[in-house]
Ligand binder design. Structure first.
Ligand SMILES: [Zn+2]
Length: 354
């Protein structure tokens, strides 16, 4: 059964959306590690169960329900930690590849997150962000092209974004959360109803901002305030604006009325915020290099990449750089219309930055 640290908490109580994926969506698939030959159970997505909503502006396609496929499509060998896309597992590694991987795999053992068993019994027991970090580092060791490295890091951003420690490990906190969110929903029934046609990431951002507005406008009791800051921050991070989540999360940490569990949850959110930011820096660096080295022959992919560099700069808080790259994407007549639309919309967000 899917379990451990999970993302259900931010499952938009009003949409009942991001819940644990139903078992039928994922099934086990026998895998053999190409590095150490260990046999284990990988996972396979039963694609039909995943309904995709409109993508986030960094091209993350979220399912409308269940967990994103990226949680399952990277495998980490429980013995040696070799990690790769499931589709790459069938490719044999040369002796030279193995030599290059050896020091990296040794290091990965020390990088594994707190609470993860040294030899996990299931792929589900390995946090998705760690699987992506391990995959990224294995691909670096194998000398994969910059474009592939950028994509591996970009996927890491996505999984870090939707990953949260469950709040229901503390019953009292979960109860207060349920009551606060119910009251919030009733208070803003009209505005929330008007947003239903939005993409999921925009709904998250909308709710996050509204929660923090309510906090500033004195809508919560003294006891509720730290939890309200936490909820607002989680929604902003889930919506993709992790930089805006840092302030409210730090407020939780220094709030005299925040419980120790809530502070632990806020620390975990701040850790995941850093994980996403680090993945974004890596993706940006590799995509910029791929473009500079003319590594991407395909015109459409190059346009995607140019736009993404702009969006990653924007998310990392560099509006002037973002604007310059969006302009570059817009100036290219070969940029597909869908990307032009994205570039225009995101360019507007940073228009004051130039
Ligand atoms: Zn292995």
């Amino acid at each position: 059964m899917l379990g451990t640290r999970w993302l259900a908490f931010c499952g938009l109580f009003w949409l009942a959306a991001v819940a644990i994926a139903p078992a039928a969506s994922v099934r086990e698939k026998p895998a053999t590690c190409p590095y150490c030959a260990f046999a284990f159970q990988g996972l396979e997505v039963v694609a039909e169960d995943f309904k995709a909503g409109p993508p986030d502006p960094d091209l993350f396609v979220r399912p409308m329900s269940g967990a994103p496929r990226e949680f399952f499509t990277v495998w980490t060998c429980p013995k040696c930690y070799f990690s790769a896309l499931a589709t790459d597992y069938a490719q044999a590694l040369t002796e030279d590849d193995k030599k290059r991987l050896a020091p990296q795999l040794k290091e990965l053992r020390w990088l594994r997150p707190q609470g993860m068993a040294e030899e996990p019994t299931s792929q589900i027991r390995i946090p998705a962000w760690f699987k992506h970090k391990a995959m990224y580092l294995c691909y670096v060791a194998l000398g994969k092209p910059q474009w592939i490295l950028g994509n591996a890091a970009l996927r890491g951003c996505w999984v870090a974004r939707v990953y949260h420690d469950p709040i229901d490990r503390d019953r009292a906190l979960a109860q207060t959360y349920a009551e606060m969110t119910k009251a919030f929903e009733q208070r803003h029934q009209k505005e929330i109803g008007e947003q239903r046609a939005f993409a999921l990431y925009r709904l998250h951002l909308f709710h996050g901002r509204l929660f923090l507005d309510d906090l500033r406008n004195g809508r919560f009791t003294e006891e509720e305030k730290p939890l309200a800051a936490f909820i607002g921050a989680c929604f902003l991070r889930e919506g993709g604006e992790h930089g805006s989540a840092v302030g409210p999360l730090n407020e939780v940490l220094s709030h005299p009325r925040a419980s120790s569990v809530l502070k632990e949850l806020a620390s975990s959110e701040l850790f995941l915020q850093k994980v996403e930011e680090e993945f974004q820096r890596l993706a940006l660096q590799h995509f910029e290099k791929a473009l500079a080295d003319n590594e991407i022959p395909d015109e459409e992919r190059r346009a995607f990449c140019t736009y993404l560099v702009g969006e990653l700069h924007r998310r990392l808080g560099r509006p002037a750089d973002a604007a310059a790259w969006f302009d570059k994407a817009l100036a290219n007549a070969n940029t597909p219309k869908s990307i032009q639309d994205w570039a225009k919309a995101q360019r507007q967000l940073v228009s004051g930055g130039k």
